[in-house]
Design a protein around this ligand. Structure first.
Ligand SMILES: Nc1ncnc2c1ncn2[C@@H]1O[C@H](COP(=O)(O)OP(=O)(O)OP(=O)(O)O)[C@@H](O)[C@H]1O
Ligand SMILES: [Mg+2]
Length: 454
């Protein structure tokens, strides 16, 4: 069945004609010869669309249209208008009719128009379902997702937001580490204070110390006046040290001392200054390996990593991909002034199958591009980049007998871990139990090179 249509026309014979024509084209319908009668059944008739004549005695089609738009905006209205009275059709569109057809009615064309209206309605339903899922418990601040992996994270966030401990946020690039840092700040007792992010990788080594600790007047050639550092700017608030793994060794030692003593000494200054700052840090690198290689101080690691929050990669978040995609479609389409309501079923399958090495940031870029390209109301497979369209799923763990298809052990292991994670809906605890690995090892294996360039 294509859909359920409510027909309204003051001429009984016209109603009967439409009903028959639509039944032949697989639509179910009910008809009424007055708008008022029709309105009474609108709420419990479970209709996908309304098809109404415009000129009727009593309540006109235009008024009916207005009432439906006001009370049941989810039900699209298609109006029928006599040939030569296009202005009335235009006024109907203005009050919110979905489309119009002219009399004498071409039944095949009518069926196409109604089909479009029904599809539109179903799409809106889908979007509503997704948004409801997000509203219920599928979000934490700006973070979207209701997979077990994310709910785990939200639980941890709620528990640690109020503590004063240092937190190290880890996770692949684009998983939302900065978003987590911001929401931790907003939920902490320091919410009224400043949130100051610093990207340790973006500041040259020679400047980092004075950026963080400030400098005294005359400390170096350009220091014409005293300047407060980011630590002092974050007073009573939160300092977010992003990409902490990139911090030069010399600075690591100074940072450690400052954190231990809650005091810092501005560059070229002779007095120590106390500070009251909560420090959050983030890294997408494996700091433990950096420690083994002697690139990161172990004592600083322990100081920063009182609590660790691990962001799951997007590919371990199941259908969160669709929730986040919908969120971006809605926002970006509105910004682009395009009437795009969502993602087609086929395109959704592709989004779910892809491995998202660049995580949420990559998903956002893919959606942004698709929104710009698409000619449809739903993003289609053809709007997705080649790598997403043609992504070969990793489901097959051990290939066939063709020597060219045989895989290195590491890749088989990675695919199998991925498969287990997907199967248990991203629940790390369950996955690591099945695999007989601890969670840390599980994540190290997942985030090692193989996962990143697949
Ligand atoms: N769960 C989520 N729901 C909605 N948007 C998200 C989510 N997670 C991340 N984002 C968005 O994805 C983008 C990347 O997030 P963010 O900058 O926090 O990642 P990151 O982990 O800090 O990445 P990097 O390691 O590259 O710095 C941002 O635009 C952010 O708003
Ligand atoms: Mg970041």
């Amino acid at each position: 069945m294509n859909g359920r249509i409510l027909i309204v026309d003051d001429e009984r014979s016209m109603c009967e004609l439409l009903e028959t024509a639509l039944r032949l084209r697989d639509f179910e319908s009910r008809w009424y010869t007055s708008a008022d009668e029709a309105l009474l059944t609108l709420d419990d008739g479970n209709f996908d669309a309304v098809l109404t004549d415009l000129k009727m005695p009593g309540t006109t089609g235009l008024q009916l249209c207005e009432k439906i738009v006001a009370n049941r905006p989810d039900i699209p209205v298609v109006v029928m208008t006599a040939f030569g009275s296009l202005e009335t059709a235009v006024s109907a569109i203005r009050v919110g009719a979905f489309d119009f057809v002219t009399k004498p009615i071409e039944m095949d064309l009518l069926a196409i128009v109604l089909q479009r209206a029904v599809t539109h309605r179903r799409l809106q339903d889908q979007v509503k379902l997704l948004s409801e899922r997000v509203e219920q418990n599928g979000r934490f601040g700006e973070m979207i997702g209701d997979s077990p992996a994310m709910q785990d994270l939200y639980d941890q966030l709620t528990r640690v937001a109020d503590s004063e401990s240092s937190i190290l946020i880890t996770g692949e690039s684009g998983t939302g580490k900065e978003l987590v840092a911001r929401s931790l700040h907003r939920r902490s007792r320091r919410a009224k204070g400043p949130f100051v992010p610093v990207n340790c990788a973006a500041i040259p080594e020679t400047l980092l110390e004075s950026e963080l600790f400030g400098h005294a007047k005359g400390a170096f050639t350009d220091a014409r006046s005293e300047r407060k550092g980011l630590f002092q700017q974050a007073e009573h608030g939160t300092l977010f040290l992003d990409e902490i793994g990139e911090m030069p060794q010399s600075m690591q030692a100074k940072l450690l001392r400052a954190l231990e003593e809650n005091k810092l000494r501005p560059v070229g200054g002779d007095k120590e200054v106390e500070f009251d700052v909560r420090v959050l840090s983030a890294t997408n690198r494996d700091l433990e390996t950096a420690i083994e290689d002697g690139r990161f101080r172990e004592d600083l690691y322990f100081r920063l990593n009182v609590i660790q929050l691990e962001l799951p990669p997007l590919r371990a978040r199941g259908t969160d991909v669709l929730l986040i995609a919908q969120h971006y479609v809605t926002n970006l389409a509105a910004r682009a002034g395009k009437a795009i309501t969502g993602v087609s079923e086929k395109a959704a399958e592709k989004l779910l199958a892809y491995s998202w090495p660049g995580n949420v940031r990559e998903l956002r870029n893919v959606i942004e591009r698709a929104v710009a390209l698409t000619r449809y109301e739903q993003l289609a497979v053809e709007d997705l980049p080649e790598k997403v369209r043609n992504y070969r799923s990793d489901q097959v763990v051990v290939g066939g007998h063709d020597p060219a298809e045989l895989l290195p052990m590491e890749e088989v292991e990675r695919r199998y871990i991925q498969h287990v994670l997907n199967t248990v809906g991203g629940n790390k605890t369950t996955a690591s139990r099945i695999l007989g690995l601890d969670r840390k090892t599980l994540y190290r294996k997942l985030s090692s090179d193989g996962a990143a360039d697949k």
